[in-house]
Design a protein around this ligand. Structure first.
Ligand SMILES: [Zn+2]
Ligand SMILES: [Zn+2]
Length: 148
């Protein structure tokens, strides 16, 4: 008698292996094939963009002085959220990768970028115990443009 449970598992493993062969993991910053995600060269580059203290207590952007609580933007504008954090400063290759993810359907970058966010902020976010974590949605006009 055929053990269908094992057959299903074996078929899924084959499909997964073929999928990885056809669409191998790529570095989300340079787009080159790299089995472990972010390549060594890009890792060095993005480590330079890593946001550390001092940072804005509202949006999480870097601020120049440790005693400065909020960045210029947050002192002059209202945000509809309590607190935000970012792993990196929004400059290339980070900004380029996010642009590719958002506007060029590079959804596989999302998992790698999310993994980085978790590795840096998991404990912080757990401590905050937020009611809701929300990605910043695309503006309605931009969404319409994307669909055309
Ligand atoms: Zn790379
Ligand atoms: Zn700010």
């Amino acid at each position: 008698m055929i053990d269908w449970k094992n057959v299903k598992g074996t078929v899924l493993k084959i499909v997964e292996a073929v999928g990885k062969w056809l669409w191998p993991e790529v570095c989300p910053f340079c787009g080159k094939v790299n089995r472990s995600g972010i390549c060594t060269s890009c890792r060095k580059e993005v480590d330079q963009l890593r946001i550390v203290h001092p940072r804005c207590m509202k949006c999480g952007k870097p601020v120049s002085q440790p005693e400065q609580e909020y960045c210029y933007d947050c002192m002059h504008a209202h945000h509809w959220y309590d607190r935000g954090v970012s792993v990196w400063v929004h400059r290339p290759p980070v900004s380029t990768s996010i642009y590719q993810f958002k506007y060029h359907n590079q959804r596989r970058y999302g998992a790698l970028l999310a993994k980085e966010m978790v590795s840096v902020y998991e404990q912080t976010i757990r401590k905050w115990a937020p009611d809701l974590i929300m990605p910043i949605p695309v503006h309605r006009k931009r969404m319409k443009k994307k669909r055309l």
